[in-house]
Design a protein around this ligand. Structure first.
Ligand code: GDP
Length: 138
């Protein structure tokens, strides 16, 4: 069993896609072990995306991620890090495979509906960034 952090980004929340994302998780044997809706502050978003701070899109990305509420979830399942990234699709929705969340709903390389951790180390950091151990169902 593995865990990963998922975020339904502000575009997904404002466009009413929360249920659709969760339905796809449940249809694929991925369990939600923690979930909350938050509206990130600028420092919170900058800390979360600190690895990207030298990238040209950092300012725009953190502004987008603080533009409205997001749903953060801890997901659990076999090989869930890569299986959830497969469900999400490529970062650029134009390159995402058919039937993926981003291909079906993203409108922009930045406004791409969902986030998912990309490795066990980043999953551990990202889960701990938003949840303490008492908030995660064991
Ligand atoms: P991910 O793991 O697929 O989410 O992709 P990355 O970790 O590379 O990038 C993090 C997030 O930054 C992406 O999900 C997008 O929201 C945004 N992003 C990535 N590349 C670009 C870009 O070239 N331009 C802009 N504006 N945003 C980007």
């Amino acid at each position: 069993m593995e865990r990963t952090l998922s975020i339904i980004k502000p575009d997904g929340v404002s466009r009413g896609i929360i249920g659709e994302v969760i339905k796809r998780l449940e249809n694929n044997d991925i369990s939600v072990k923690a979930m909350k809706m938050i509206h990130m502050t600028q420092p919170q978003a900058e800390g979360f995306y600190a690895v990207h701070k030298e990238r040209p899109f950092f300012e725009s990305l953190t502004a987008f991620m603080t533009s409205g509420p997001v749903v953060v979830m801890v997901l659990e399942g076999d090989n869930v890090i890569s299986r959830y990234r497969d469900l999400m699709g490529a970062t650029n929705f134009k390159e995402a495979a058919e039937g993926t969340i981003r291909r079906d709903f993203a409108t922009d390389i930045e406004k791409n509906v969902v986030h998912g951790s990309d490795a066990p180390e980043t999953a551990a950091f990202e889960i701990g960034y938003f949840f303490n151990s008492f908030e995660i169902i064991s």
